[in-house]
Design a protein around this ligand. Sequence first.
Ligand SMILES: *Cc1c(COP(=O)(O)O)cnc(C)c1O
Length: 413
Amino acid sequence: MAFSEKLMEIKDEALKAAEPLYKAIEDTAEKNTLKVLDAMRETKVSEAHFNTTSGYAYDDIGRQKLDELYAKIFGAGRALVRTQFVSGTHALATVLFGILRPGDTLVSLTGAPYDTMQTVIGYANPSPGSLKEFGVGYDELPMKDGKVDLDGIKSIITPKTKVALIQRSRGYSMRPPLSIADIGEIVARVKSINKNTICFVDNCYGEFVETSEPVAAGADIMAGSLIKNPGGGIAPTGGYIAGRSDLVELTSYRLTAPGMGDELGASLANNRLIFEGLFFAPHVVSQAIKGAIFAAGVFSRLGYRVSPLPTERRGDIIQAIELGTPEKLIAFCGGLQKYSPVDSFAAPEPWDMPGYADQVIMAAGTFVQGASIELSADGPMRAPYNVYLQGGLTFEHAKIGILGAAQAVEDVK
Ligand SMILES: *Cc1c(COP(=O)(O)O)cnc(C)c1O
């Protein structure tokens, strides 16, 4: 038997306890699926949008339709959905470089931003090509008791604050993710101090967790990765930006070139995959969240600190587990990798990942390289050795992979 009797008992207990929570997740997935279908009908998505394009692709109607569809679903004025974005960080950086000018100030309202955003901003460590090198100022409002310091906002937003960065997901930290209601409150507070400050949400890992998105709650612009939630595990690469039309237009000049904007860029053969991924996304996100709750149930029963707790509100698809030792972190990733569909025979090792300060270990036996909407786990090699688990295209796979990780951790002497 692959898993110990103790683990199989814990599995049954965790599933039984999670049953009532799963109903609400299925309900959200159904509402979001309806929203996607309604938008596909209203924008008249058809087979012609799946045709391949090449070269300049001025007439890539699939690309144009995807922009329209994303804008509609996310409640945005305009969107930019592109395979030319190499990752989420690239889409996020495109927003910052597209909007900020020398002498402007950027403020992060959610403490230190996600690791890869630090090199984009350039203040934590010198980083060639960063915003700092272009003369953009930066300030940071530390989180207070795991929450955005609402009262502190008035002391950090000044008449010069051009952009306020709000990170929805926890990133590599134990703080809870923001809800859409939280984001609405933060944006309202910022606007009451400086109505011209642009509220920009790092929406990575948040899409379709709730039934509305940050721009519908008042944020001006947001960005994310297509190999996370909105790609539904089908999109092969890419990122998106959505928000106020004038701002999204500015970012398009940074993605391509001034004067060109969003009117060219070949989607090659990828459009169908991005449409299909978007169709799957609400369901896949629900599978991932069910898996995260299951992981919280299993590991809390094994005596580990988990965040969120199994019953806590979810604002993203991430489950953090404090493993305590480097050996257990490596074992967790090895156990998860073993039950992956791809590279299941490989043993993950810590490595110096571009853009990250500490070494990172990663389990990602995924069809799309590094796609973290697929069952995956990663953690920086630093105390207290938290692992961040996310994704799962099917709940069945999530359960098996999590039990594999739990068994490997249990087997560490
Ligand atoms: C994943 C993620 C990013 C971007 O990471 P990429 O690997 O470049 O897609 C940025 N912010 C947060 C909070 C993330 O989770």
